[in-house]
Design a protein around this ligand. Structure first.
Ligand SMILES: Nc1ncnc2c1ncn2[C@@H]1O[C@H](COP(=O)(O)OP(=O)(O)OP(=O)(O)O)[C@@H](O)[C@H]1O
Length: 254
């Protein structure tokens, strides 16, 4: 793997919050088997924003899903904080995901019959926690959702719906926020607002974000970019710029 210099604020980063070691993931058996990850290792520090990029089919979503306990691994290990998640029972994994992880997907995954506020509070309520009112107010105001709380998803723009999804994911102050193409369904302005808020969540609230994206502009919001090709990490770029990301992708394609 080639590597550039450390990110500018690396000294302020915390210890590892997620660690993947030698991840291998195969789908199917025999002639039809596909190996999506071929020994992927990576460390994610607390308070760091990482983007994962690579060509279609390179294993980005599989990597994110294995890290987040949404998919099982064939071999290797994933640690979230001090918990090795690869051997956990389904029940304990569900509880860990609910209590300690946040998720934002390309399709906003809001419940259509609930208002924005009810959608944001959903995870807390399912977990039987009382959401911290001040934290709720902080994220609602930072995301510009104050005037939209009583609206249902069908009454919100795509960008507003994704901001509701981000607020919902952050309400439990997750150890890691996983985002899979969070701007894939948004116009560039709405996408930039969501990415700007993810950046704020990292800088101001010390959240940890791991995001899969196809978009060099989105990746440039991150502290570093991991590039996957054919199920392996082939490059890491710190303090990415749009031009820098394009240059790596061109080299990978060439
Ligand atoms: N459930 C599955 N069953 C079989 N093969 C799968 C499954 N999920 C993914 N794969 C295969 O694993 C490989 C990696 O897929 P993955 O979706 O992780 O790639 P990706 O980089 O996220 O792609 P894209 O950018 O197109 O979303 C591909 O060859 C894909 O066809």
């Amino acid at each position: 793997m080639t590597q550039t210099t450390a990110a500018p604020h690396a000294a302020q980063l915390g210890g590892p919050v997620a660690v993947a070691t030698d991840l291998v993931k195969s789908y199917g058996t025999g002639d039809g088997a596909v190996t999506a990850l071929r020994g992927v290792s990576a460390v994610f520090a607390r308070g760091q924003f990482t983007a994962i990029m690579g060509p279609s089919g390179s294993g980005k979503s599989t990597f994110l899903h294995c890290l987040a306990g949404l998919d099982t691994v064939t071999s290797g290990s994933v640690r979230i904080g001090d918990v090795e998640i690869t051997g956990l029972s389904r029940t304990r994994l569900t509880k860990l995901r609910r209590d300690r992880l946040g998720f934002v997907f390309q399709s906003f995954n809001l419940l259509p019959m609930l208002t924005a506020e009810e959608n944001i509070r959903l995870t807390g309520r399912l977990g039987n926690r009382r959401a911290d009112r001040r934290w709720f107010d902080t994220i609602v105001d930072a995301l510009g959702l104050r005037g939209r709380l009583s609206h249902r998803p069908s009454e919100l723009s795509g960008g507003q719906q994704q901001r509701v999804a981000v607020a919902r994911a952050l309400l439990t102050r997750p150890e890691v926020l996983f985002a899979d193409e969070p701007t894939g369904n948004l116009d560039s302005r709405s996408g930039a607002e969501v990415l700007g808020f993810l950046r704020t969540a990292v800088d101001d609230y010390r959240q940890t974000v791991i995001m899969v994206t196809h978009d060099p502009g989105a990746a440039a919001h991150a502290d570093r970019v991991l590039f996957l090709a054919d199920g392996m990490i082939v490059h890491e770029l710190a303090a990415p710029t749009i031009d820098g990301v394009h240059a790596v992708m061109r080299r990978m394609e060439g």
